[in-house]
Design a protein around this ligand. Structure first.
Ligand SMILES: Cc1cc2nc3c(=O)[nH]c(=O)nc-3n(C[C@H](O)[C@H](O)[C@H](O)COP(=O)(O)O)c2cc1C
Length: 309
């Protein structure tokens, strides 16, 4: 067996494949062995309960899907009381995902979750395209200063591993990535969905109740891949790639471009076993290429001498 274990800050994962927030829950345990994943990432929670956006919240589009869930969840206290006990049988690292209206709310969420032994890391969702953050225009991850404020506050509030989830909807992702790194993030998650929409031409109405939503799936992959490659050459903390990873080949592409680990979201809507197949595929690929460990894969894209950023 090839060793495909990776380290993300303090987190040691037996393989580099995680579920993507909001796309995968404990109910998937009926379809695959959740404990075979590298880590389980939970749906984003907020301090107060949120109703989410009006239906329809999902639409299939060419090469992907749109969603506008709007972070529907029952809030922090419900999560701690009702969801955390259900994680008992999970033996892999569990990563909680949080979103707040401001740095104070993010810190309060992190302080509470950071004290729960079952939570190995916190994913800081700075990039949900379907919600407004208090009175701010745009996303936190579109503003380097706001990113730094939120990650610093979370860093002070919790000592577990912190993952900053960025948006691809920026002109220069490295500015945001550097701000997150400086503020103490242990890893970057690149990235969330891209703002998008679709229209039903029979009714003339938008296909999402919220009019716009976030694009995920294969259409997103080449865009995010370039961001991962750019960041790999500019930052020091590990990168987790996420966007349109449908099979092991996509995962290997991300790792060649510099991702230490990857997350799988939309693929599980098509094939719930996709994450498990991806784990096997990465191992088989590395064995065939006679790679002794992920260090021989991560960032090993062969670009020749012509490239410069
Ligand atoms: C239905 C749906 C719900 C999602 N909910 C969340 C969420 O709660 N928090 C979050 O950070 N990302 C959420 N995402 C974004 C995914 O975690 C992931 O970043 C994105 O879909 C890109 O990966 P993919 O192309 O593999 O799906 C959601 C995506 C989908 C499709």
């Amino acid at each position: 067996m090839v060793d495909i274990s990776v380290k993300i800050g303090k987190l040691k994962l037996k393989n580099p494949v995680m579920s993507a927030s909001g796309t995968f829950g404990l109910e998937y345990g009926e379809l695959l062995d959740i404990n075979s994943l590298g880590a389980l990432v939970l749906k984003t929670i907020t301090y107060e309960p949120r109703q989410g956006n009006p239906a329809p919240r999902i639409a299939e589009v060419s090469s992907g899907m749109l969603n506008s869930i709007g972070l529907e969840n029952k809030g922090l206290e419900d999560f701690v009381k009702k969801k955390v006990p259900k994680l008992k049988g999970i033996k892999i690292p569990v990563i909680a995902s949080i979103a707040g209206n401001n740095a104070k709310e993010y810190a309060a969420l992190a302080a509470r979750l950071g004290r729960i032994a079952k939570i190995a890391a916190i994913e800081v969702n700075l990039s949900c395209p379907n919600v407004r953050h208090g009175t701010r225009e745009g996303l936190i991850a579109q503003d380097a200063e706001a990113t730094q404020d939120v990650i610093s506050a979370v860093r002070k509030a919790a000592s577990c591993a912190l993952i900053a989830k960025l948006t691809p909807n920026v002109s220069d992702i490295s500015k945001i990535a550097l701000a997150a790194q400086k503020a103490g993030a242990d890893a970057l998650l690149v990235a969330n969905t891209f703002p998008a929409m679709a229209v039903d031409i029979e009714t003339g109405k938008p296909r999402l109740g919220n009019i716009t939503g976030g694009l995920s799936g294969p259409a997103l992959k080449p865009v995010i891949l370039k961001m991962v490659w750019e960041l790999y050459n500019k930052i020091e903390i590990p990168i987790i790639g996420c966007g349109g990873i449908m099979d092991y080949k996509d995962a290997v592409e991300f790792m060649l471009c510099g991702a230490s680990a990857i997350q799988v979201g939309t693929a599980t809507f098509v094939n719930p076993a996709a994450p498990v197949e991806i784990i096997k595929g990465i191992g088989k690929y590395m064995k065939e290429k006679k790679m002794a460990g992920p260090g021989q894969l991560i960032g090993k894209i062969k670009v020749g001498s012509l490239w410069r950023l």
